[in-house]
Ligand binder design. Structure first.
Ligand code: DCT
Ligand code: MG
Length: 329
């Protein structure tokens, strides 16, 4: 479909908008805005920002003030780091980054039993990743969310974190709240045996241990796999997220005069989450065969293998597993 659109009358605009969306934090809407301003490449955006900043130091008219808001702080970081962030991260470097975070967590916590696990494409076994997705949880019975803030401060002091794209708030007293950080990091040269490295995108999330399996499942993805699994849960009358797996009652409600229901949150009642102590338990609660992280992909060849495993477990009888397989996979 993309190829068709690219070949169509709006192909050039689509190509430009796709390029603009390579900047971290720039979505479709902002790309359209930049396009409407006549900007046709990332280089154009750079020049405009540069021009705006030199203008604003000379004058203070209102036009300049508007242009200053062209990009948010996060998008500006994305623009400045764009070349580095386009580079894929080899597994070995993902592991270095993970161990730097783990060391900081252990040092700040004063113990080494805090769970630190890198998820995302790394956990799915990809040879390289677009970013590093680190999940943290304190497994001690206190049940509180491990507070990321002191660890982040330490990593900033160590010049490992170079830019912050978002800051986590305090975890709630009940310990039910997650913390999430998005930023940019760089492995120090000495840790990388003298080799220069690129700036890398890093996400760090801290979850209460009761949600660990749900957090692992969510943060491992892939995004398409998550979407499929959530749809499967929805069809069975459940809602699946990083907050758990809960029974729900949904009722279609018409929002104002709109006739589209598609994206409306139609839950009118949500029950307590099931306690699942492993990812396997979540799959089984949904009547699904456990899928290992490398198989959690929309790659058709992997899906074929999942189906084979399923048929094997069903004794090759097919039956309801056949239609379920295609919907749930
Ligand atoms: N995720 C999701 N829905 C999205 C985006 C992400 O459920 N729309 C989940 C699944 C993967 C996890 O968050 C981390 O996201 P990314 O880092 O964007 O994906 P990735 O699979 O790790 O791929 P990449 O190598 O590009 O980082
Ligand atoms: Mg990732």
């Amino acid at each position: 479909r993309k190829e068709q659109l690219m070949a169509g009358p709006n192909g050039e605009q689509l190509r430009i908008m796709t390029e603009l969306q390579e900047i971290w934090g720039v979505g479709k809407k902002k790309a359209q805005k930049l396009y409407n301003l006549g900007l046709r490449s990332i280089e154009d955006v750079r020049k405009r920002i540069h021009l705006d900043s030199s203008n604003s130091s000379n004058s203070s008219n209102s036009e300049t003030t508007n242009q200053k808001c062209l990009l948010t702080t996060g998008q500006l970081i994305g623009l400045n780091r764009h070349e580095d962030l386009q580079e894929r991260i080899p597994r070995k470097e993902v592991e270095m980054i993970t161990s730097i975070v783990r060391d900081a967590v252990n040092k700040v916590a004063g113990r080494n039993n805090i769970l630190v696990e890198t998820c995302g494409s790394y956990r799915r076994g990809n040879k390289s990743s677009g970013d590093v997705d680190v999940l943290i949880s304190d497994p001690t019975p206190s049940g509180t969310t491990f507070d990321l803030r002191n660890v982040l401060n330490k990593l900033r002091e160590d010049d490992f974190l170079t830019d912050d794209l978002s800051h986590p708030g305090a975890p709630s007293v009940e310990g039910g709240k997650r913390q999430s950080y998005m930023g940019v990091c760089k492995v120090p040269i000495e840790k990388n045996h003298g080799n220069e490295t690129f700036h890398r995108r890093i996400d760090v999330k801290s979850f209460p241990h009761t949600l660990w399996s749900y957090a692992l499942l969510y943060f491992t993805g892939s995004d398409h796999f998550n979407r499929s699994m959530r749809l499967w849960a929805k069809k069975l009358g459940w809602t699946l997220s990083d907050k758990g797996l809960s029974p729900v009652i949904r009722q279609r409600q018409k929002r104002d005069s709109s006739t589209t229901y598609q994206y409306q949150d139609d839950k009118v009642w949500t029950g307590d989450s099931l306690e699942c102590n492993s990812e396997e338990e979540i799959f089984h609660a949904l009547g699904l065969v456990y899928v290992t992280p490398p198989m959690r992909t929309s790659d058709p060849s992997a899906m074929k293998m999942v189906k084979l495993v399923q048929e094997d477990e069903d004794g090759g009888s097919g039956g309801s597993g056949g239609s379920g397989g295609s919907g749930g996979s």
